[in-house]
Design a protein around this ligand. Structure first.
Ligand code: FES
Length: 177
């Protein structure tokens, strides 16, 4: 078992290994390979970048350097409630970056990071297609339009309360009450 991966991820990793064998060994394959891995795992674990380096016969530092150059790649597993702050043009001009800062402050993590309890992660995304509601943030699959810095705390709290309610309900069902 690979230390920093869950059993599920390990299974997917074996799949990545098989898929990797189908890619050529030219440097031009690097980005498509990284995209394939991120599609599978939702992030690029360090170990996969080493696998890619081995496959393309280039130093791991080169793979890492290219991956960090592009905004599309993330290096931490997303949280159970991924916060995606839209910074497309419409959202940017309506203060999307201030929304992003507020989430970072509230959750005490930076964009691209995941909270230690794995509940939340933050990332910036390009236009999500509902500019009329700008500025927009997604938490999980839910779209929150007309965002304001003052709404950030309430949204985070709502997710936490919903989680607590679900846990209580589960406990109640388990104890047969
Ligand atoms: S720019 Fe944010 S939804 Fe279009």
């Amino acid at each position: 078992m690979i230390a920093d991966l869950s059993a599920d991820e390990e299974k997917i990793l074996n799949d990545v290994k098989i898929r990797l064998a189908k890619y050529g060994k030219e440097r031009g394959q690097l980005i498509p390979i990284l995209q394939m891995i991120q599609d599978k795992l939702a992030y690029l674990p360090h170990i996969t970048m080493e696998m890619v380096a081995q496959h393309l016969d280039i130093p791991p530092s080169e793979v890492f350097g290219v991956a960090t150059f592009y905004n599309q790649f993330r290096f931490n597993p997303p949280g159970r409630n991924p916060v995606k702050v839209c910074l497309g043009t419409a959202c940017h001009v309506r203060g999307g970056d201030i929304i992003l800062e507020n989430f970072e402050r509230k959750l005490e993590i930076k964009e691209g990071e995941t909270t230690s309890d794995k509940e939340f992660s933050i990332e910036r995304v390009a236009c999500v297609g509902c500019c009329a509601l700008a500025p927009v943030t997604l938490i999980g699959e839910t779209v929150h339009g007309n965002m304001a810095p003052s709404k950030v705390e309430g949204l985070v709290m709502r997710v936490q309360i919903e989680k607590e309610m679900k846990e209580r309900e589960k406990q109640k069902n388990e104890s047969g009450q």
